[in-house]
Design a binder for this molecule. Structure first.
Ligand code: DQA
Length: 176
């Protein structure tokens, strides 16, 4: 019998203190730029991803981006992230926010900390968008700040990961 490791039990290799962040985009976000700009703005997904990758480079982090329209592909990507020892996920689950217990379970199974991002303010829209299957598991939620929300989430992730000690625990943050 073979066993697959999908949890966070494996320790990272010596070279791996370089922060590794995965930015995930759910269905229809490939259409950003032309899709309902009054909700989602004019930035394309490429614009957003390029800005995030650039920020990652400046910070000496490995920032990967992934978009898919299919639930299973997103779930598989989360499993892959655990095998790759991804440290942090920034995710806009898009419409799966409101429907996907399976994607939620994948994030719970891997226990990779994540921030949930929405371009639009989901609480100012239709009531079916007010419930998220992710928010209670997320470290935090950014909603309504457009593409800037991804940058803020990445900034948080980088800062959080810079506070790591070589043994993977967090330094205690000083109160200001
Ligand atoms: C979204 C909000 C969701 O309700 C919607 O289904 C999306 C995008 C956002 O970024 O504002 O596709 O996640």
């Amino acid at each position: 019998m073979t066993t697959k490791r999908t949890g966070r039990s494996a320790t990272k290799s010596a070279s791996s203190l370089r922060p590794h962040v995965l930015v995930m985009h759910g269905p229809n976000l490939n259409l950003l730029g032309s899709r309902e700009p009054r909700h989602y703005g004019l930035a394309t997904l490429d614009d957003i991803n390029r800005a995030l990758a650039g920020r990652g480079e400046t910070a000496g982090a490995h920032v990967e981006t992934f978009q898919h329209n299919h639930e299973g592909a997103l779930i598989d990507r989360v499993h892959q992230a655990a095998r790759d020892h991804v440290d942090f996920i920034v995710i806009n689950p898009a419409a799966y926010t409101h429907s996907s217990i399976a994607l939620r379970d994948a994030l719970a199974a891997t226990a990779i900390p994540f921030v949930e991002v929405h371009l639009s303010n989901i609480y100012a829209r239709e009531s079916f968008r007010h419930h998220s299957y992710f928010s209670d598991l997320a470290v935090g939620v950014v909603s309504g700040l457009g593409a800037h929300g991804y940058e803020l989430a990445l900034e948080y992730a980088l800062r959080h990961l810079q506070n790591r000690t070589p043994h993977g625990s967090q330094k205690t943050e000083k109160a200001h």
